[in-house]
Design a binder for this molecule. Structure first.
Ligand code: SAM
Length: 289
């Protein structure tokens, strides 16, 4: 079979299967031949490593992953792509395609069954309409995954990987950094896809932090603080927290002082350490939030 990045090959396969792109499922397939090998190389796939892919499309990235990984399991929601994948992945016995929605499938037993005894990483060109929910689900569920290497819209990449204390930092940047160490690996232009989207993309890698917090109560306090802090980002941290947590200003003022945070700071100026101290103060306060 010709390269799956070759436009006439893609058209021939899709026409034969009567397939039409669905915008609502975020279907923009990669046609730039250099991107998939680069993703496969950076995601940590190798001998003894299983790769979970989300949204294989016609299998262009899946094939690159299967060349280097021990095993690939690819979750695809669109039933129309299943016969296509059967054809394009016929030469790769180490791939299993799972029909389902990544947001609702029960992932812990799936990973256990697909990747027994293997290290697991995620590698995907994510459907853009659910980028953040998918990433947050994979980070929050305490899955046995060591890294996520995913293609997202360029603006989302900047937000997700923004350092606390910078203007781009938002609730999602802090949430991602709570669980992982994010980095932007390389940009991908809109012309690398068929059909071409209106925006450019970037590949990012999130390496899971081995020391991430696992206590559900501490996590809850942390995320309540983060949500409230960024709820009204133009306000001072004192005002955002007082309204977001429905607490008297005096009480919030004391919590901020105990955590060593100036009351007139803005959420995007706070460090991870300061968010953690604030969450700990609120926890000590009996979790009044
Ligand atoms: N990996 C292919 C590539 O790079 O050419 C396709 C990527 S395309 C951006 C996103 C893929 O995710 C599509 O195949 C789409 O059908 C699939 N998809 C959309 N929503 C999904 C969901 N909730 N669960 C699993 N797959 C989904």
């Amino acid at each position: 079979m010709n390269q799956l990045t070759d436009i006439s090959t893609i058209r021939e396969i899709l026409d034969r299967h009567g397939f039409h792109f669905s915008k609502s499922l975020g279907q923009n397939f990669l046609i730039n031949p250099s991107v998939c090998p680069r993703m496969a190389e950076s995601c940590g796939a190798g001998k003894g490593v299983g790769v979970l892919e989300i949204g294989p499309g016609i299998g262009v990235l899946t094939r690159e992953l299967a060349r280097v990984a021990e095993k690939v399991a690819a979750i695809e929601l669109d039933t129309r792509l299943l016969p296509v994948l059967e054809e394009t992945l016929a030469d790769f016995p180490n791939v299993s395609v799972i029909h389902g929605d990544v947001m609702t499938l029960d992932l812990p037993p799936l990973l256990e069954c697909e990747f027994p005894g293997m290290d697991v990483v995620v590698c995907a060109n994510l459907p853009y309409y659910i980028t953040s929910p998918v990433i947050m689900r994979l980070l929050e569920e305490d899955l046995p995954i060591s890294a996520l290497t995913v293609m997202v819209q360029k603006e989302a990449a900047v937000r997700i990987c923004a350092e606390p204390g910078t203007r781009e930092c938002g609730a999602v940047s802090v949430a991602v950094r709570y669980y992982s160490e994010p980095e932007i690996l390389f940009p991908v232009s809109r012309g690398s896809f068929m059909p071409a989207p209106n925006v450019d993309s970037a590949v990012i890698r999130l390496r899971m932090r081995p020391d991430r917090e696992r206590d559900p109560e501490k996590r809850r306090d942390f995320f309540r603080v983060v949500r409230a802090s960024f709820g009204q980002r133009r306000k001072t941290i004192l005002n955002s927290l007082a309204s977001g947590l429905a607490l008297p200003k005096q009480e919030v003022s004391q919590l901020l002082e105990n955590a060593g945070i100036p009351a007139n700071a803005r959420a995007e100026q706070l460090t991870m350490e300061q968010f953690s101290r604030l969450a700990a103060e609120i926890g000590k306060n009996g979790g009044t939030v």
